[in-house]
Design a protein around this ligand. Sequence first.
Ligand SMILES: Cc1cc2nc3c(=O)[nH]c(=O)nc-3n(C[C@H](O)[C@H](O)[C@H](O)COP(=O)(O)OP(=O)(O)OC[C@H]3O[C@@H](n4cnc5c(N)ncnc54)[C@H](O)[C@@H]3O)c2cc1C
Length: 459
Amino acid sequence: MAAIQIEQLRSSVRGVIVQPGDETYESTRRVYNGMIDKHPALIVRCVDVADVIAAVDYARTNNVLTAIRGGGHNGGGLGTCEGGLVIDLSLMKGVRVDSVARTVRVGAGCVWGDVDHATHPFGLAVPTGFISSTGVAGLTLGGGIGYLTREYGLTIDNLLSADVVLADGSVVTADAENNPDLFWALRGGGGNFGVVTSFEFRAHPVRTVYAGPTFWPLEQTVEVMKAYRDFILGAPEYVNGFFAFLTIPPSPMFPEHLHLKKVCGVMWVSTGPAARAEAATRPMRSVGKPVLDQQGEMPLPAVNSLFDGLYPPGLQWYWRADFVKELSDEAIERHAHHGAALPTMHSTMHLYAIDGAAHRVGRNETAFSYRDANWAEVIVGVDPDPANAGTITKWCKDYFDALHPYSAGGAYVNFMMDEGQERVQASFRDNYERLAAIKSKYDPANLFRVNQNIRPAAT
Ligand SMILES: Cc1cc2nc3c(=O)[nH]c(=O)nc-3n(C[C@H](O)[C@H](O)[C@H](O)COP(=O)(O)OP(=O)(O)OC[C@H]3O[C@@H](n4cnc5c(N)ncnc54)[C@H](O)[C@@H]3O)c2cc1C
């Protein structure tokens, strides 16, 4: 990239510009997934909207491959790129809670832990994900699945507005009244339409929850999974529990005799009084013979960060995902087979229920198409050691190949690697065409293409 243009950019931003050779380059270029090893030529660490405008103008004028980074968590490494520009928003923090209106304004560089920290003292919560270090921006723009989904919907169902720097450098607000087409597309369409600089969310009165896991021996998987399938979709919406295959970590949280045992389980989180939650989950917790059944009252931010320690940045991750409408007995048999073969301690398979409030929004009301799916399934091979990258990848792909025929066809875009156009289209179904038309209005040259890309419709 020409030095003179970079100097011009440097003079117009208040944030930090990082280039290869700079002291912080190595740490700044890295993203959460240690399997991703890309070397951008330029990283602009923006501190305000003016910086974002300058970076977008630079990218467009110089026709530079451009990635947008919020929390840097994306499995496929879409928060960075090889040889191009990264617009890094992670310094743009700041959360303002309006406790009367129950709304929250969030800077695009926040991670969900920042939001939980700010809303919890007010007894409020925004529906977020299952780990606190995930970026608000990427998670929201893809949809947002978490513990509060059944009761309060996806994160996008609680999005009220977003400020966006468009590809031409102009700044707009997208909400129900202003640029409603853009607002529709941002709710599930990912980072295709511009750089979001802040989000405004609706918050809900949730302070503490009743939460914890029930684990069963793997031999009981088929019985437990069938019971879970039948239980969760009929459970009250204040109950959430995702099904998982996992290895119990050697942590003081768990009895020593269970350490490193592979199990299947449900991680419960219910809102409201403990007694109500305990009673509502009891039928499922009484299935078979659990080896552990450990729930208690906890602050929601504590639950949202329970897995942070187990999954620090830098591990190797290989992802595969699908939406699931029905869990047939045959699919369950296949799950039992592949789940029992977890290749490493960190590897796992989760089934997240996405019914309840998430089903009360129509499949064309936002860009997130799979409103008729009951679960988002995600299979992740994870390990700290790069030498195991091949093993976790193979297990993940084999598992996915075995279960894909039983899926609804597409996947949650935030759980995908870089899997090609066909897969992107399958995930948006009949919303794709409308997304492509909106893309051609707001980003006709496809400047923002380091993402699950929606190609601009030919005009
Ligand atoms: C450990 C882990 C746990 C997860 N748990 C959940 C979960 O519980 N629920 C869930 O729904 N998802 C979950 N995810 C998936 C997560 O939603 C995606 O990885 C998401 O892309 C992360 O967002 P980010 O901002 O951290 O990502 P980044 O890597 O920074 O960005 C990802 C994509 O988002 C776009 N983007 C980022 N910021 C902006 C912006 N400001 N404006 C426009 N586009 C932008 C970029 O184009 C990029 O393509 C999890 C991921 C991990 C690694």
